[in-house]
Design a protein around this ligand. Structure first.
Ligand SMILES: Nc1ncnc2c1ncn2[C@@H]1O[C@H](COP(=O)(O)OP(=O)(O)OP(=O)(O)O)[C@@H](O)[C@H]1O
Length: 223
């Protein structure tokens, strides 16, 4: 589906080193790594938002529809939830259906500022789905949510992925426990500049927990 051949990304100083990886249909990837290592930078490169990364660095992206859930909801605050969804192509009925899928039935006429953080994040997820993505990029979707809200959102995401088996997901998280629920693959960013270590590199299929431990233990700084 996608082949990453990113030569690197720097902001005055190098952040990402060379990144080589593939994303296949149905992949549920959790991207882990220390704070500030470059996880968002990598999602931005994959999504195409970061135009400093040449198109050729992400082969196949022209055939992929990306739904990107940013850390902030980035809904237009002066438009209702329904209008935010319609702006990206949903009909009124589709907007209602999508809001229902994320547990916001009846909230179409609300403005984003009238929602709790967790609700706003779910509304932003509905907007991602309105573009009928086949690649979902989620940047720390559970950050700052209480455990109940986070659990609810995790359930919704799993439900969405189960309903769209061809959809691939890359989800940035700090929490290995999230990966156990969401992921069938792991990516781990480490080193300076950061490089990607991924599950295939550590051999036979193992539990997500064990893979995570192994990936974390690999010394990427010297690779
Ligand atoms: N637009 C930018 N201009 C300058 N530096 C940037 C920019 N975007 C990111 N950086 C730097 O790149 C590095 C990686 O940032 P990034 O947000 O990708 O990390 P992260 O792994 O997602 O962090 P966190 O887990 O804390 O969200 C940081 O040092 C950050 O300051």
């Amino acid at each position: 589906m996608l082949e990453l051949r990113i030569a690197g990304r720097d902001f005055g100083q190098p952040v990402l080193g060379e990144i080589f990886a593939t994303v296949e249909r149905g992949d549920r990837i959790c991207l882990l790594g220390p704070s500030g290592i470059g996880k968002t930078t990598l999602l931005n490169a994959i999504s195409g938002i970061d135009q400093s990364v040449p198109k050729e660095a992400v082969l196949g992206r022209d055939k992929v529809r990306v739904g990107y859930l940013f850390q902030e909801h980035r809904l237009l605050p002066w438009r209702t939830l329904s209008a935010n969804l319609r702006l990206v192509g949903a009909s009124s009925q589709q907007a209602d259906d999508l809001l229902g899928q994320v547990g916001l039935t009846g909230y179409g006429h609300y403005l984003p500022d009238q929602l709790s953080l967790g609700m706003a994040r779910r509304a932003a997820l509905a907007r991602c789905l309105a573009v009928e993505p086949n690649l979902l990029l989620l940047d720390e979707p559970f950050a700052s949510l209480d455990p109940v809200m986070a659990g609810e959102l995790k359930k919704r995401i799993v439900g969405i992925l189960d309903a769209h088996p061809d959809m691939a997901m890359i989800c940035v998280t700090h929490d290995g426990a999230d990966a156990e629920i969401l992921a069938n693959r792991l990516w781990y960013l480490a080193g300076s500049p950061a490089r990607l270590q991924w599950d295939d590199a550590v051999g036979e299929p193992r539990s997500i927990k064990e893979l995570l431990g192994k990936l974390r233990n690999l010394d990427l700084a010297g690779s």
